[in-house]
Design a protein around this ligand. Structure first.
Ligand code: NAD
Length: 367
């Protein structure tokens, strides 16, 4: 039976409310499987600025480096919005991603049957949607050189960004795509713009080559414009999608609306393989610190709890426990329990802590 170190970084706002619930669920799930998790909490974001003057204390970074996985809440809020860019709360998160080389962003979009009507799309379109967008996170247009604005003598200007990828960068995100697809329904769709961009032509060539190592996964290719349409026309046709940074940024947000509520969306950012048997990763809800509801105890902890399930699956290689957490969430929702953001008219809403209790209870088989 193994012991794993989990860094817990709740951050700010509702991050401080939902992260403890996710940690409780993690602890209960691992205990059932006979494993021990050692949790160590550290400051990040606005909370760290207030306490130490900067958004990422060295002690926090050192803890992240030692950990098998990081359970993260959210950072930022109006209180820290006026600080100079390099000292803002979000910088802490960006630096952790960079320092740990977290190059693969996983964003599942699953439409829960009892929440279908919360989606802006028709029931007949979204029902049964269960897909995963994998976005390359450290390369491409957002980082490529040259970049910048050239001011001309005549007062006009020219701005440049560069979409650049090496074959090594493409190969490692492609491998993540195949590995993740293997843990799902074994279908991978690679998204590119190879009819126009040479970067995409290299992307397609490398992904096709890597596919030979994964004969159990069915691969297809789709152009990004076509994919954007297909996601809202027939999202059920997709299982796992893999794409470069900018396309993934846009498509993962588009896929997110299929699921209905911000409070239901987990995510993972994975780096190279680590000591836990899986990839070192940072797991966080997609939502932010929600200053409008922070401190009221009403935030939905399910996105954080489902992020904890991803942590079990991808960093600790505990797929069965991850399934169990997801089933526990489903059973609580099936029993009709809702937080305010997903409650329908006339339905009574439970608070953050109570929702955490319900999921832990379902997990332990008590309810
Ligand atoms: P947000 O996700 O915090 O909130 C958007 C809306 O969704 C709000 O009305 C909020 O109440 C609701 N909401 C979000 N999560 C919810 C939950 N779990 N339960 C119930 N309702 C929920 O986005 P925002 O308002 O644009 O940003 C607020 C702050 O969070 C900003 O400072 C922003 O920079 C920061 N932020 C941080 C991260 C991160 O740390 N990764 C991500 C996004 C935004």
């Amino acid at each position: 039976m193994a012991t794993f170190r989990i860094a817990v970084l709740p951050g700010d706002g509702i991050g401080q409310e939902v992260t403890p619930e996710a940690a409780r669920v993690l602890r209960a799930a691992a205990a059932r499987a006979g494993h021990t998790l050692e949790f160590e909490e550290a400051l990040i974001g606005g909370a760290a600025i207030d306490a130490t003057g900067g958004p990422l204390p060295e002690a926090t970074l050192a803890l992240c480096r030692r950990a098998h996985a990081i359970l993260f809440g959210a950072v930022g809020g109006p209180r820290w919005d006026d600080l100079p860019p390099d000292r803002r709360a979000e910088r802490g998160l960006l630096r952790v991603r960079k320092e740990l080389d977290l190059y693969a962003n996983l964003r599942p979009a699953k439409c829960f049957p009892m929440l279908v009507d919360a989606s802006p799309l028709k029931r007949s379109v979204v029902e049964g949607t269960d897909l995963m967008v994998i976005r390359e996170l450290t390369g491409g247009l957002y980082y490529g050189e040259p970049r910048g604005v050239e001011r001309q003598a005549d007062g006009s200007a020219r701005a440049v960004n560069t979409m650049a990828y090496t074959s090594r960068e493409i190969e490692r995100i492609a491998r993540t795509g195949f590995e993740v697809a293997r843990k799902r329904r074994k279908r991978l769709t690679s998204v590119d713009k190879s009819n126009v961009l040479v970067v995409s032509q290299l992307w397609r060539e490398i992904v096709t080559r890597v596919a030979k190592d994964y004969p159990d996964v069915a691969l297809d290719h789709i152009l990004v414009d076509n994919c954007a349409m297909a996601l809202v026309q027939k999202p059920t046709q997709f299982d796992t999608l893999v794409t470069e940074n900018t396309f993934g940024d846009i498509l993962s947000d588009e896929a997110a609306i299929l699921a209905g509520s911000m409070g239901m969306l987990p995510s993972a950012s994975l780096g190279p393989a680590g000591a836990g048997g899986g990839a070192v990763g940072l797991y966080e809800p997609v939502h932010g610190t929600a200053p409008d509801i922070a401190g009221k105890g009403i935030a939905n902890p399910i996105a954080a709890i489902l992020s904890a399930a991803m942590l079990l699956r991808y960093s600790l290689d505990m797929g069965a426990e991850a399934d169990r957490v997801e089933r526990a969430v489903l059973s609580v929702l099936t029993a009709g329990h809702r937080t305010g953001d997903i409650a329908g008219r006339g339905e009574t809403a439970v608070g953050t802590r109570q929702m955490g209790d319900l999921v832990v209870g379902a997990l332990e088989g008590g309810r």
